[in-house]
Design a protein around this ligand. Structure first.
Ligand SMILES: [Zn+2]
Length: 229
């Protein structure tokens, strides 16, 4: 088993790679909230363990072995989040912090039990896909809410789980996975968006809207009505 620090690094590399493509040490330092100097040492150590590669101009990338561990930790994290929400009723904005700890200590046996109890779920309570037991992760086609045009409708697919305050804010706007949204207006210069959430109009700032991923719906705004899913 690897240390908790190694697992956290691998998970962070995986997530940044998915969100931004390239992973540099600055982004890693920000994500892990550690000094850039200690990042360099850790990356070197992990390169020696053959978990990552680090090439000039290419940034940090996971090896096959690195990906396997990252996905295992992410599977633990997302299963635990769902378990805490569904089985224990823990509020959505609190499950992430708990899962950050559980993900490192969950045994394979408990993982299987939780998976079985929850009926082999494929997404966590924030809408993020749960990697399968054999280490594959579905990549559903989704875009950021901010990429939608006026008049376009979509279903909320995933909400970033890293910031509890953001989760509470988005929850207050009714933005949960599967909820339908339609863009009414977008203010210029990265201004706020006016969106319809269910039946009510809401305003959301550009910054917060960047953390919401949606699945576009075929039917766009003509009148209300049409397929709801
Ligand atoms: Zn989480």
């Amino acid at each position: 088993m690897h240390t908790q620090a190694v697992e956290d690094y691998l998970k962070a590399v995986y997530e940044i790679q998915r969100e931004q493509g390239k992973v540099n040490t600055t982004a890693l330092a920000e994500r892990l909230d550690v000094a850039p100097a200690s990042i360099t040492g850790m990356i070197k150590k992990m390169a020696e363990m053959k978990l990552v590669t680090h090439e000039p101009y290419q940034g940090v990338a996971l090896t096959k072995a690195g990906i396997k561990i990252a996905l295992e930790v992410i599977r633990h994290h997302r299963l635990v989040e769902l378990y805490l929400t569904e089985a224990l009723g823990v509020p959505l904005d609190q499950v992430h912090a708990e899962a950050e700890k559980w993900e490192h200590v969950l045994s394979e046996e408990l993982e299987d039990r939780i998976d079985h109890l929850l009926g082999h779920p494929t997404t966590d309570p924030h809408g993020a896909p749960i990697p399968s037991r054999d280490g594959t992760l579905a990549r559903p086609s989704r875009v950021r809410l901010v990429e939608l045009q006026e008049g376009q409708s979509a279903a909320v697919a995933e909400v970033s789980d890293h910031d509890p305050a953001l989760l509470r804010y988005l929850g207050g706007l009714g933005l949960f996975p599967k909820v339908r949204v339609t863009v009414i207006a977008v203010a210029p210069f990265n201004g706020p968006m006016t969106i319809r959430v269910g039946e009510t109009e809401k305003t959301i700032g550009h910054e917060a809207a960047q953390y919401i991923y949606v699945t576009k719906l075929k039917s766009s705004l003509t009148k209300s009505g049409g397929p709801s899913e």
